[in-house]
Design a protein around this ligand. Structure first.
Ligand SMILES: [Zn+2]
Length: 137
């Protein structure tokens, strides 16, 4: 019998569903504590799929993973400052390449700030779950 990667995947899933979660791991959707539940499955509270397998790890978060995205905000602010600087420097007298560089920095800052916003929303979501989990104990 030859096993392909799909078979291995299913075998790993089967082994995981027989192993229980031994530490606090919370559902990433509703914050339900998945401790003592199988390593992969559906959240009993909200029905979201979760998987604690190290390579996959989806639908869960561990408390130590909660970090404010300070790097994303810093990158967004720095690239925004660079955009303003190149705009100021290139406006009078008109220096076209400086304005082009300013536009590039502006686009970068929009991307970074959007990322920072999304990561901050996720951070706040997880913090809320953490707070609720702490109240339960
Ligand atoms: Zn849930």
């Amino acid at each position: 019998m030859v096993m392909d990667s799909g078979d291995l995947e299913r075998l790993a899933e089967d082994m995981l569903t027989q192993r229980i979660i031994t530490s606090d791991a919370y559902c990433a959707e509703c914050g339900y504590n998945l401790r003592t539940l199988p390593g992969a499955g559906l959240c009993p509270e909200c029905g979201s799929r979760y998987n604690t397998r190290p390579v996959i790890k989806s639908g869960i978060f561990y408390p130590h993973m909660i970090e404010f995205p300070i790097g994303d905000w810093s990158a967004g602010m720095l690239t925004m400052a660079a955009a303003v600087g190149f705009t100021y420097w290139g406006a009078k007298p008109l220096v076209p390449w400086s304005l082009i560089v300013a536009v590039v920095f502006l686009l970068l800052s929009v991307l970074y700030l959007r990322l920072a916003w999304r990561h901050t929303a996720r951070f706040l979501h997880f913090r809320g779950i953490q707070r609720r989990a702490d109240e339960d104990y």
